[in-house]
Write a protein that binds this ligand. Structure first.
Ligand SMILES: NC(=O)C1=CN([C@@H]2O[C@H](COP(=O)(O)OP(=O)(O)OC[C@H]3O[C@@H](n4cnc5c(N)ncnc54)[C@H](O)[C@@H]3O)[C@@H](O)[C@H]2O)C=CC1
Ligand SMILES: CC(C)CC(=O)C(=O)O
Ligand SMILES: [Mg+2]
Length: 351
């Protein structure tokens, strides 16, 4: 079993080091190969996703990804910016289904941005489409005839793209409480109208799932008003990106939320996927030793479950993180004092 380890930029290498310590402690028969991505790869190879990294990724059973993003690269042409590494991997490997679970950890209710009795009910899964939408449409800054600059990004979804992510949503709902909420903006966007039409068509195949629809602006509001009403949410790339960052603060911190980006390719032990925290490279705290590595460590757990079929190891990691938090060991993002390595130590001690 081969894992491609891609730490990236900012806090990426710092939190990755902790996840790799956890992986080593599990003593699983895995080979870890290392590659450059993002700004680190640009500085070393002149490209955020060099061909050797792509080849490494294509030859692995799973990808463990830190984060990319480097302020020194913000003025590069877009195709050379660090973020193109993650977009490029998701696209090149056909990783269209992004699972972003958000669940309240026992003992953290008071640290949510919401009232504890509201936050305590959170146990939801955002399924975000990852290969389409405005992120991948034609985009440019062009000059209009009157001389003004105009930026544009084409939002589009083809019906098969919606259909396949809808199936992921319905199947996930079947495995949970049987409720699926599709989030769109069908009152304004044609892309969303097609999205809604196709989700309704697919629903006919899942009579055991209760499907509802919600406009994204209302969904953002409902997520803080009463997050307990949601079980599985299926939505497009842009809306899912935004709603999942919002969901993270409902459970206390963006440093806690892991994700899996899955496609259709089955490997020897599970589904090929890329596993990463939902947050970015956090340049504001990079190098200070203050990043919370829990989202990264929980992403390793998702990797072991989905890509390598190691359910027991995944459960062990998740339990160790939960006990660490219940024992009051928290990073600055949760109002605590533990640094990145101390949190890693604490999780290791509870494995
Ligand atoms: N998948 C990826 O690699 C992603 C990359 N990015 C990139 O990351 C860079 C920074 O983006 P931002 O908008 O600032 O988002 P960010 O998620 O990196 O940071 C937002 C805020 O959350 C804090 N934070 C994030 N992760 C944390 C952790 N593990 N522990 C403690 N605090 C944490 C940061 O310090 C910052 O204050 C940009 O270049 C952006 O494009 C952003 C999101 C995803
Ligand atoms: C950096 C972006 C490409 C993506 C993002 O914010 C995310 O995947 O959460
Ligand atoms: Mg994001």
């Amino acid at each position: 079993m081969k894992i491609a380890c891609l730490p990236g930029d900012g806090i990426g290498p710092e939190i990755m080091a902790e996840a790799l310590r956890v992986l080593a402690a599990l003593e699983l028969p895995v080979e870890v190969v290392h590659g450059d991505v993002g700004g680190a790869a640009y500085h070393r190879h002149g490209h955020p996703l060099p061909p050797e990294t792509l080849a490494l990724a294509q030859g692995a059973d799973a990808l463990l990804f830190g984060a990319v993003g480097d302020p020194t690269c913000d003025n590069l042409e877009r195709h050379l910016r660090p973020e193109q590494a993650i977009l490029g991997l998701r696209s090149a490997l056909g990783l269209f289904a992004n699972l972003r679970p958000a669940k309240m950890f026992a003992g953290l209710e008071d640290l949510s941005a919401l009232r504890p009795e509201v936050a305590g009910a959170i146990d939801l899964l955002i399924i975000r489409e990852l290969n389409g939408d405005v992120y991948f449409g034609e985009k440019a800054i062009r000059r209009l005839d009157d001389g003004r600059r105009q930026g544009f990004d084409l939002m589009s979804y083809a019906e098969d793209e919606v259909r396949r992510i809808a199936h992921v949503g319905f199947r996930a709902a079947q495995g949970r409480s049987g409720k699926l909420c599709s989030v769109d903006k069908a009152n304004v966007l044609e892309t969303s109208q097609l999205w809604r039409d196709v989700v309704i068509e697919v629903a006919a195949e899942y009579p055991d799932v209760a499907l509802t629809h919600m406009y994204v602006d209302n969904a953002a509001m409902q997520l803080v008003r009463d997050p307990g009403q949601f079980d599985v949410i299926v939505t497009g790339n842009l809306f899912g990106d935004i709603l999942s960052d919002q969901a993270s603060m409902c459970v206390g911190s963006i440093g806690l939320l892991a994700s899996a980006a899955l496609g259709e390719r089955q490997m020897a032990h599970g589904t090929l996927g890329l596993f990463e925290p939902i947050h970015g490279s956090a340049p504001d705290i990079a190098g200070t030793g203050r990043a919370n590595p829990m989202a990264m460590i929980l992403s390793l757990a998702m990797l072991l479950r989905h890509a390598l079929g190691q359910e027991d190891a995944a459960t062990r990691i998740e339990a160790a993180v939960a006990v660490t938090l219940a024992d009051g060991i928290k990073g600055g993002d949760l109002g605590g004092t533990a640094g990145t390595v101390a949190i890693g130590d604490a999780v290791l001690a509870r494995l």
